[in-house]
Design a protein around this ligand. Structure first.
Ligand code: AHM
Ligand code: MG
Length: 322
């Protein structure tokens, strides 16, 4: 029998009872999602539903199932007041008396399931602003400075929960024998100096000169700074952020020329990942300001993101300023 610190024990000493209920419901729901993903090829749940979501993107069957599972489990937690998801147009009230609201990407990188690449569930939790009753959009329009807890479950060679409740970042691996999460990655710190850069370089022609020049800088020869740096890009944000947290480096999803908004969503992708990055000693910005300082104004708002080791995010900023 595996020994170690269980997620349940860890949470007892790190967060309040209501928050624990939300986190533990998520953790249970994500066990189910992880199992569905593991068996997807033999249970006819690969592929698309034939529908598009509110953002005009193709919905995979597993996107839809993951969304429903999370809603069911969070409803059962009785502590989750409201739910915002990439897969739902508007916000959903789960428990009118709940204290917390949650924004999620139920299955990030789902376009990669067919090739067995890592995918994940990303979440960000804040306290609701409205007192009781149905939640509203304003409850969700809170900056990342108000985040109480954030993280993701990555379904890769292991299922791992990467979590911060505002006191550093810890990883919990799901033991497949007893189905319990154990602390496996305590006190994760991002390397201050990164040697990996990560972006969809095929789009380089669409990006501003600042991004292009930074990419050229990363691929130049320079012994003193160990360049060229390695290029790594999974195309699944949870996978790319997992590598960035563990090995250091920078992950970038820029805006197209002249714009501020990239592809990735502020509330349920960029805020939680930037919260984790900062809690691990790194940085997350949109190229001009901290992601956590951005005031959200739309539920499915997008932003550019530059996230990871401090030195590389700062270096990218030098190039972006021109
Ligand atoms: P999704 O939320 O619809 O899965 O899209 C987000 C994903 C991220 O996981 C990943 O970083 C990005 O899209 C990759 O985009 P691209 O294919 O343009 O490189
Ligand atoms: Mg996503």
């Amino acid at each position: 029998m595996a020994k170690g610190v269980l997620l349940t024990d860890f949470l007892e000493s790190n967060s309040d009872i209501e928050l624990n209920k939300v986190l533990l419901s998520l953790a249970e729901g994500c066990k189910i999602i992880g199992r569905l993903i593991n068996n997807a090829g033999i249970t006819n749940i690969l592929g698309v539903t034939g529908e598009t979501n509110v953002q005009g993107e193709t919905v995979q069957k597993l996107d839809d199932l993951s969304n429903k599972i999370l809603m069911d489990y969070l409803l059962a937690s009785e502590a989750t007041a409201g739910y915002l998801s990439e897969e739902n147009e508007g916000v959903v009230t789960l428990n009118e008396n709940g204290k917390y609201i949650i924004s999620v990407d139920p299955l990030d990188g789902s376009g990669n399931i067919d090739i067995c690449a890592p995918v994940g569930t990303i979440f960000n939790i804040v306290e609701r602003l409205s007192p009781v009753g149905p939640v509203n959009d304003a409850d969700f329009f809170q900056t990342g400075n108000k985040t109480i807890a954030a993280g993701y479950f990555i379904y890769g060679s292991s299922t791992i929960l990467i979590l911060s409740t505002g006191n550093g970042v810890n990883g919990f691996t799901l033991n497949t024998e007893n189905h319990q999460y154990f602390l496996s990655h305590p006190a994760i710190k991002i390397a201050e100096r990164g040697k990996i850069y990560s972006l969809n370089q095929g789009n380089i022609g669409k990006f501003d000169d600042g991004v292009k020049n930074f990419v050229s800088y990363c691929s130049e020869n320079d012994k003193a700074t160990s360049r060229p740096y390695s290029l790594r890009y999974i195309g699944s944000m949870v996978g790319d952020i997992q590598r960035t947290l563990i090995k250091g480096g920078i992950f970038i999803y820029p805006a197209n020329k002249g714009g501020l908004k990239g592809k990735l969503r502020l509330l349920y992708e960029c805020i939680p990942m930037s919260y984790l990055a900062e809690q691990a000693g790194g940085k997350g910005t949109d190229g001009t300001q901290r992601i956590l300082d951005i005031q959200p104004t739309e539920l499915h708002e997008r932003t550019a993101i530059f996230i990871g080791s401090k030195d590389l995010v700062d270096k990218a900023h030098e190039f972006l300023k021109g």
